[in-house]
Structures are given as C-alpha cells and as structure tokens.
Design a protein around this ligand. Structure first.
Ligand SMILES: Nc1ncnc2c1ncn2[C@@H]1O[C@H](COP(=O)(O)OP(=O)(O)O)[C@@H](O)[C@H]1O
Ligand SMILES: [Mg+2]
Length: 359
C-alpha cells in the first residue's frame, strides 16, 4: 500500500522536461528584456531571471504533473496487467480530458479487452482439445482391452476348446469393428472441425438420395423389424447441398431411428414447406422409438454423449453420429432441431431449394 502511494506521488520525467523547456525559453526571452530594454544591472538581471525561471518551472511542473501523471499511471497499470495476463475491469476509468492521452487510454482498454477475449478463446480451445483427447483414449480403451482379453484367453488354451473358441474370436472381431467405426467417425469429425473438409455445394435431387440411403439400410431395418417409410413428395425437387455430407446426415439419422426403436416400429422420412421461408424445405426423420428424455435433448449432439452407453455400444454406436450431423447442417448454414416424447423422436433440419425451382 505504502509503496503504491510513494509510486503514485513519484517523480514525473515528462513533466520535468516540459518545465525545463518552459523555464529555459522564459530565461532566454527575459534576459534581453531586463538587461537591454529595462537597463537593469547584469547581476540583478541574472537574479530576477533565475527567480522567474524557478517559479515558472515549478508552476509548469505542477500543472503538467496533475494533467498527465495520473493518466500515465493508468496506462502503466494497463500494460503491466497485460504483461502479467491479469485483466481488470477498467470501467471506472473516466477520461474526461478528450486529448491524445485519453484517446490512448481508451484504445489501450479496448486492446486489453481484446487480448483478454483472445486468451479466453485460446484457453477454451486448449481445454476442448484436452477433453477430446481424454474422451478418445477412454473410448479406445474399452474395445482394445476386450480384444486383448479374448486373445489372451485363446492363447492360454481356450483355442482348443471348441465350445468357446469361435465365440471368443467373434467377440474380438466385434470389438475390432468398433475400433474401425470409431476411427472412421473420428476422422470425419476432425476433418469437419478443422474445416479441412470443404463442402461442394451442388444441386441434388433430394428424393433420389433418400431412397438410395433407405435401400442401403434395408438389411439393418429388417433385422431390427423396423419399417422405413419415405413419404411422397416431388421427385424433381432439388436442394443445394454437398451430396456426400447430406447422405451421411440421412444415414446417421435413419440408422439412429432404426437402432433406438422397438420391433414393429417405424422410421418415416418426409419434407414440409412453410410460407415464411419459401426458399427452404424442412426435412424430418421421425421414429416410433424409445424417445429421448427432454433433459438429454440438448446433449445428444455433443460428441460421445449417449443416453444408454451399453445399448449404443451393442448396436455399434460411437456417440459421434449426431455431432457429425450437427456439424454438417451448420456448415451448410442450415438449422437442426429435435422433438421427442415417449412415442418417439423427430429430427428436423432445413435445406435450401435450388433457384430454378423458385423461379
Ligand atoms: N432416434 C433416437 N431415439 C432415441 N435416442 C436417440 C436417437 N438418436 C440418438 N439417440 C440418443 O443419442 C445418442 C447419441 O447419438 P449418436 O451421436 O448417433 O451416437 P450413437 O448412435 O453412436 O450412440 C445415442 O446414443 C442415443 O442415446
Ligand atoms: Mg448414431
């Protein structure tokens, strides 16, 4: 506290220079006035001029000090804080003078706020990265340890036991498959997040794509006894999308609709149009499945989030499907939303129609 006080009442080199210059100029101007014009003696001239110079210097120093020093100190505080990565709120600083120094303080406060925001952003990215690596390690651990366990048991003799050898190999294979899905999804999400995966937006016949996806999922839907229905709509309808990415969106959503369903249930895909947004269609993927608890709805698009981990794992899920969907929809500048109750879940997203159809 005391050192701070002493610092505050400290010497100002800036004010001292101003005072010295002012005194020197006064001296140079007064000597000829007193000596030649007023015809004072040399000694008296020197004494008078020196006295006036001292008074002048003191007055100028005091004025300059009060005018500049507190604000120079504020600037010093701002920059010291930035160097120490310490960010205060500078709202209390009022710069009533409106001169260059005040402008500098205003700019410095703005710069400090920007540096603070950038710091927070970098910290967030860093935490995100750490969290992601933690999540990945955790996700990899389970299948790797399972494979290790099955192979070890087989080597230790189970390979000769016809009752279990094939089953253990199958289980090991299932975990190898999990690692494959995981790697594929991780590569996809990292390419989406780094922006490496550039969208190639082209006109696309929406109905054709949906039919192609549902056909490729026929085997899965039959196995789970879930009917996949595509509602009727104009097959000439074209949207502006990246074909591969939107195909992935349909695969992930329809697959979820099948996986989190009940035998005898259904997944329906269709579109709606609204008059408010004539250039858009809303696509929906609706299922009659187990539903999602309202509190979990905002979280299902987070990566690795699964309501029921073991159910998802049994069905070959990685917990990345919906985060990939969200990324792709957002990269298209479109919106995704979810409605769910105990009767089932509906995923909605918008797509933009091509210009020809609007005309
Ligand atoms: N249609 C759905 N009905 C009920 N729950 C769902 C549905 N789609 C997704 N979920 C829940 O959201 C979680 C995350 O989905 P997703 O990211 O696709 O991961 P995964 O399917 O690999 O588990 C799922 O584990 C599941 O709990
Ligand atoms: Mg999924």
């Amino acid at each position: 506290m005391t050192t701070k006080k002493i610092q505050k009442a400290g010497f100002s080199k800036l004010s001292a220079s101003v005072a010295l210059y002012a005194a020197a100029i006064t001296g140079v101007l007064l000597v000829p006035v007193f000596y030649w014009l007023a015809e004072l003696s040399l000694l008296l001239t020197i004494e008078l001029v020196l006295l006036i110079m001292v008074v002048n210097a003191t007055v100028v120093y005091t004025i300059s000090y009060h005018l500049h020093h507190p604000r120079v100190e504020i600037l010093e505080r701002i920059y010291k804080n930035i160097a120490r990565k310490k960010f205060e709120k500078y709202d209390e600083i009022t710069t009533k003078h409106g001169d260059e120094l005040s402008l500098l303080i205003k700019r410095s406060v703005r710069a400090s706020n920007m540096v603070e925001k950038e710091f927070q952003r970098l910290n967030k990215i860093e935490n995100y990265r750490k969290e992601f690596i933690g999540d990945i390690s955790h996700e990899l651990k389970t299948p790797i340890f399972a494979i290790q366990g099955f192979i070890e048991t087989l080597i230790d003799g189970a390979i000769h036991d016809d009752e279990v050898n094939e089953e253990f190999l199958r289980k090991a294979m299932r975990n190898v498959n999990r690692l494959t899905y995981l790697t594929k999804d991780l590569m996809e999400i990292s390419r989406l997040e780094t922006g490496e995966l550039k969208s190639e937006i082209r006109p696309l016949h929406l109905r054709g794509l949906i039919l192609e996806v549902t056909e490729s999922l026929q085997y899965k839907s039959q196995k789970e006894e879930v009917e996949v229905i595509v509602e009727k709509f104009d097959r000439n309808l074209q949207v502006r999308v990246d074909r591969n990415q939107i195909r992935q969106v349909f695969i992930n959503l329809i697959e979820n609709g099948i996986k989190y369903n009940k035998p005898g249930g259904s997944v329906t895909i269709g579109i709606t149009k609204t008059s408010q947004e004539p250039d858009k269609v809303t696509v929906f993927v609706r299922d009659t499945g187990i539903g999602i608890d309202p509190k979990d709805i905002p979280r299902v698009t987070e990566r690795f989030f699964r309501v029921d981990k073991s159910r998802s794992r049994d069905k070959g899920g990685t917990g990345l499907g919906l985060s990939i969907v969200k990324h792709i929809i957002e990269a298209h500048g479109e919106t995704l939303w979810i409605e769910s109750n105990d009767q089932g879940t509906t995923f909605f997203f918008t797509l933009t129609l091509t210009n020809q159809l609007l005309a």
